[in-house]
Design a protein. Structure first.
Length: 66
């Protein structure tokens, strides 16, 4: 089971955010499916992916702020 309290560095969160944005932008899957796939890929919960997604959008992390 994914560890909801797993401590992630900012670099790790940005890596997760980038993978999520790429999955969504490529149109390979729906937004919920991309969250699920990204969560599985990185061993975190979908809730954690949503938190990282919000943090990345708010902070305009790459690739958004490039």
């Amino acid at each position: 089971m994914p560890d909801e309290q797993k401590s992630l560095t900012e670099a790790e969160r940005k890596e997760i955010f980038l993978a999520l944005v790429r999955a969504q932008d490529e149109g390979r899957m729906t937004v919920p499916a991309s969250r699920a796939a990204t969560a599985k890929q990185f061993g975190v919960s979908e809730g954690r992916v949503k938190e990282i997604e919000r943090e990345g959008l708010d902070g305009e992390w790459p690739p958004l702020g490039e």
